[in-house]
Design a binder for this molecule. Sequence first.
Ligand code: NAD
Length: 422
Amino acid sequence: MTSGAPYENEPVYQNAVKQLKEAAALLGLPDDVVEVLRHPERVLQVKIPVRLDNGKIAVFIGWRSQHNSALGPYKGGIRYHPNVTIGEVVTLSMWMTWKNALAGIPYGGGKGGIKVDPKKLSPRELEELSRKYFAAIADIVGEDIDIPAPDVYTNPQIMAWFFDEYSKIKRYPAWGVVTAKPPIIGGLRPREVSTGYGTALVAREAAKLALGGFEGKTVAIQGFGNCGRYAALYSVKWGAKVVAVSDSKGGIYDPNGLDVEKLFEVKDKTGSVINYPGAKRITNEELLELDVDILMPAALENVITEKNAPNIKAKIISECANGPTTPEADHILHQKGVIVIPDILANAGGVMMSWIEWSHNRMGCWLTDEEALDRLDKKMTHNFHEVYNEWQKKYSDHPMRAAAYAIAVDRVVRAMKLRGWI
Ligand code: NAD
């Protein structure tokens, strides 16, 4: 029976419900509990009228979805994208509930979005849009209520405007209301590297268990944005060999290894990694099927499907992107013995660093870069082994994702039971 909620029929939401039901089946959860878990606690839709530089007013629609607060205040980013829908925002907020529960940090799940192409706005228009959106949701966010952060096409400057707008409304500097702020106003410098750092870290730990070590192992990375570039940097720092990378213009491959610092330079100067000299040009599809030890999809969703999964040669896949592997492909890879470290574990470094930032904002003290990265390293290493061991012990007939979901959903359900919600 459908509830009539406006996100109900969107495919992205239906996929998330399918994943939830799989975890519920493993845990033996009854249908009524699944029904409680599949809906967000609250979704606010707001109208954002922006005075454009040409004098006309453009109206944008934004949302904030607060999926579940059993484990703490809602936490999750805000996305600016022309294709954002209410269903996407609700789905992402549900995934944040599981990611934060699995991370073992005291947060529930939330997510926001505005349907806008920010590349078409001037800096002044973007600032007006951002301030008005945050003012419109100010009543439902707060340091102890709901703590946003960046997502696709939002950045530390936008977080600074959010922080300032909220602080003006409340009439005090509300450091902890958003994370991934610029370091001068309460952010942590390692936030920028933290997601890619975590993706490389869990690959490193899996390689120690399954491949006899990380050093000298070959790595291919799809996407060279915030996540991909730092996953590459730390893979090399920890002794692996990055042999292929790509971006939206295509990929490059050199079996002898790529110079990652040179790749940063080429990407920043020319806009694409394909201008790196001396490597073989490959397509994004070819990159996924290369004969490498470790693959890190760090760009888009649904790139590993039932079509290409049989051809994948990597032994470990560490998912930096959200949702890069379809459920069908996940099962094919599991049958082939490939370890797929699921997104809610492999890309949690960003939200963990946000939690470190938030907790120190609340205490009024600032960490050094080394202290912050050291905490992230210890917590993610612990979390990887916790999920891996539980997978091996209880769920080894299923992909590793099933174990991650089961642990996360179980934690949320136990908190809801203790609080008397179910
Ligand atoms: P980004 O915009 O910085 O980089 C995206 C990269 O993907 C770019 O290099 C772009 O050229 C490339 N790309 C775009 N279209 C492509 C295509 N068709 N084929 C191959 N490459 C393509 O984004 P990001 O922050 O690095 O995020 C990447 C993924 O990681 C997204 O799925 C995002 O949701 C997820 N993620 C990001 C964070 C974070 O902290 N940044 C945290 C968790 C998850």
